[in-house]
Design a protein around this ligand. Structure first.
Ligand code: BGC
Length: 748
């Protein structure tokens, strides 16, 4: 027996090697097969058919014209194509009636769920839980592929440090590492193990690049990002998505350092193709090629098409500058047909990878899971983990003996708003609002009273106040739902005031005058400023726009079925005048100190020294990046490093003990930050380097370990080399970017 086992043990490595070789060979064969098929196809295509592949159209207008265009090989992709029947019909024309039978690829904005709508991406980022975000994206992919969609225009990984910008809702926040982890998780979730699987869809990392840095947070505005900052911060999550295998990217609308992103050879060619070896394809954002005319970067469509194609934009969304000009550009020898071939190959490659040539309809028919209980459960879990407890003065979780609860506010029962921005396929009827979930939970144990108080978050009338106040007076405790309607965030929905709109502040104050304890739930697509009411309420729970299961998620947290564990993916300012405010800023030559703290917001105080601060508000944020409370308390101790001096190429092990010293079970996101004290160029005061989500029972302690290697310390130095520099580093571990436990190490 022993010797038989022994023999197996001996041959096992050989079998494994052989198997691995077979698998590798299969993989290589698959890859080779795709390249061969791409090469074989491209030589058979006419220039007009090639340019056809580069056109993405809407399925709008005269259908017969569109049918003919597809038949003649003049359209390679549709976005927002109609219902399933339309998609099947047009695909049939493409594969059966066009000369070469090249299938169409259908793209759509599946941004945070298809039918099962999850929290907005900024809320998902607040979970700091990439594996869960990956699962959510895989659910979205399964549902979208059931509807005949092959490709989503997500994830959006624009670093956003400006809450005025409406699209911060779609982003993963301010930090390159967090956004990179989240973006990569979404790519993996959408694309699964293989793009050819029927329940996966191609991802699209957008908007490449720099779009989130719009001046003054006004959408589509100019961006100025020096190359070092671009590479150290803004490009990082795109690299993360490319490394995770994103099939496509989208070139952005913005003017980046004087060169619009959709005609930017530096980002699209030098960085993306030459440095990162990306070989999928880039689609322009909606009309972003022809908008280069308004930017003043191209005189006409001919020049716009020239600049975009030359930079490497493979496919044009909606507008037709390629369709109308590329042939002429080749004829005029401005662009070579070989370069057009390269661009088209990128598109064909992805169509082959998706298996569209072998299975053009790619439909999952045997397992329609859309909106299944399992998917809803995922939606609830991610909503729960996205909730950030900002303040809690002895109110939450709600006591069991509550008899009467008043539910007040314009967002307690607004199914549409809780879905958030960018949900073309989400239905409010599928959402469970907080009011519905509370009533369900209460059954006949708790009497739930409801007063909307205001019609929408923007209402200016106080007509509903009396009813709200009377309702509060009849209750033991009040739960208020305020914030922003969904339509106040998203594309071209920037705000110059980021307070609670309408008369919500007055409503909260009026209800507070009853003296009843208030838990305020804020639902919004961006960080808001609400300092003026924070002392009027006991607890503040920030819920983003939490998706269809937002109601049950909030109820679980209100009643302590789950302890809040979300952490802010973006700093919350005290006032819009502090914007941009982010934790990884530079130190300046005159950093402020505690002497400049404690300033009452609004009225300038006597000057407190010639340092970098404001006379009329503290220089610190209202709530820092990484912040979020729990019902329990976590204590950090025993921060240990494997060594305090490391050499280039070494790795450093870091361990810390986290203890749950409170009386609830809870989850904590343990965060590791580093500061490079002196550099050939100035370095940020803190940078997130790693994080881990752990759970702890009351009284339980866990040792949490991290490994940093010197690659994690790299940045773009004074000579624009990507390198780590010798010197002293500070290191912190804790539950927010204000982590207190610190130590030092030296890179020799
Ligand atoms: C947006 C993109 C979106 C595209 C297609 C554009 O206006 O900027 O994010 O994917 O439309 O709907």
């Amino acid at each position: 027996m022993f010797s038989r086992n022994n023999n197996i043990l001996k041959v096992l490595p050989i079998i494994t090697v052989v198997l691995l070789n077979v698998l590798n060979a299969q993989e290589l064969h698959k890859k080779a097969a795709i390249e061969d098929r791409v090469n074989d196809l491209i030589v058979r295509m006419t220039l007009s058919e090639k340019i056809g592949q580069m056109q993405q159209s809407q399925m709008r207008g005269n259908k017969d014209n569109l049918r003919n265009a597809v038949r003649n090989g003049l359209i390679g992709s549709f976005l927002n194509a109609g219902d399933l029947e339309d998609k099947l019909e047009f695909q049939k024309i493409a594969v059966e009636e066009s000369r070469l039978g090249i299938p169409l690829i259908y793209g759509r904005d599946v941004i945070h769920g298809y039918k099962t709508v999850f929290p907005i991406p900024l809320g998902q980022a607040a979970t700091w839980h990439p594996e869960l975000v990956e699962t959510a994206a895989s659910v979205a992919a399964a549902e979208a592929s059931e509807a005949g969609i092959h490709w989503t225009f997500a994830p959006m990984v624009d670093i956003s440090r400006d809450p005025r910008w409406g699209r911060i809702a779609e982003s993963c926040g301010e930090d390159p590492l967090l956004a990179s982890k989240m973006g990569a998780a979404m790519v993996r979730g959408f694309q699964g193990k293989s793009l050819a699987d029927q329940n996966t869809i191609a991802a699209c990392a957008k908007h490449y690049a720099g779009y989130g840095a719009a001046e003054s947070g006004k959408d589509y505005n100019t961006t100025w990002i020096p190359e070092r900052l671009l590479r150290d911060v803004y490009l990082v999550p795109f690299k993360g998505c490319v490394d995770a295998g994103t099939a496509t990217l989208m070139s952005a609308f913005n003017d980046l350092n004087g060169i619009p992103a959709s005609g930017n050879e530096f980002t699209l060619k030098t960085v993306l193709r030459d440095e990162w070896n990306f070989n999928g394809y880039v689609v322009s954002d909606w009309a972003s090629i022809t908008e280069m005319i308004a930017h003043g970067f191209a005189a006409d469509e001919y020049e716009a098409a020239f600049k975009a194609a030359k930079s490497g934009v493979n496919m044009e969304m909606v507008t037709r500058s390629y369709a109308n000009n590329l042939e002429k550009l080749v004829e005029d020898r401005k662009i070579s047909e070989e370069w057009i071939d390269e661009l088209v190959k990128g598109i064909l490659r992805i169509k082959f990878k998706l298996g569209l040539f072998d299975n053009p309809f790619r439909l999952v028919t045997d397992n329609p899971e859309t909106l299944s209980d399992k998917f809803r459960e995922t939606a609830k879990k991610i909503s729960v983990e996205s909730l950030v407890l900002l303040q809690n003065n002895n109110m939450l979780p709600l006591a069991d003996n509550i008899k009467t609860l008043a539910v007040i506010g314009p967002l307690a029962d607004d199914a549409e708003s809780q879905l958030g921005t960018w949900v073309p396929d989400g239905n409010p009827e599928d959402a469970v609002t907080p009011l519905a979930a509370l009533r369900e939970y209460a059954g006949n144990k708790i009497n739930v009273l409801y007063s909307r108080g205001m019609e929408t978050t923007r209402t200016k009338s106080k007509d509903g106040f009396d009813d709200a106040v009377e309702t509060a007076e009849r209750a033991d405790a009040v739960i208020m739902f305020c914030g922003e309607d969904a339509l106040l965030s998203g594309e071209s929905h920037s705000r110059a005031y980021i307070n609670l709109p309408g008369v919500q502040t007055d409503l909260i104050k009026a209800v507070a005058r009853t003296g009843k304890p208030i838990a305020l739930i804020i639902m919004a697509g961006r960080p808001l400023t609400f300092g003026e009411i924070k002392d009027d309420v006991n607890s503040i729970l920030f819920a983003w726009h939490p998706g269809i299961m937002g109601g049950p998620a909030v109820v679980d947290v209100l009643f302590g079925k789950a302890s809040p564990s979300g952490k802010l993916p973006v700093s919350f300012p005290r006032t819009v005048g502090q914007v941009p405010i982010y934790y990884s800023h530079k130190n300046t030559g005159r950093p402020p100190s505690e002497d400049q703290l404690g300033i009452e917001p609004g009225t300038p105080e006597d000057p407190k020294g010639f340092v970098s601060y404001f006379l009329d508000v503290d220089y610190t944020p209202a709530y820092p990046f990484g912040y979020g409370l729990s019902y329990t308390d976590f204590e950090y101790s025993d921060l240990k490093l494997s060594k305090h001096e490391i050499k280039m190429g070494d790795s450093l092990e870091i361990s810390v003990t986290v203890s749950n010293t409170g009386s609830y079970a809870g989850e904590e996101v343990v965060q590791l930050y580093v500061r490079d004290l002196v550099g050939s160029v100035t370095r940020p005061v803190k940078e997130l380097k790693s994080f881990k989500r752990i759970n702890l029972l009351p009284g339980e302690s866990k040792e949490v370990k991290f490994v940093l290697n010197t690659d994690d310390l790299k940045f773009w130095d004074i000579n624009m080399n990507y390198t780590a520099e010798p010197g002293d580093f500070k290191l912190w571990v804790g539950g927010s970017s204000d982590a207190e436990l610190e130590t030092m190490f030296e890179l020799e």
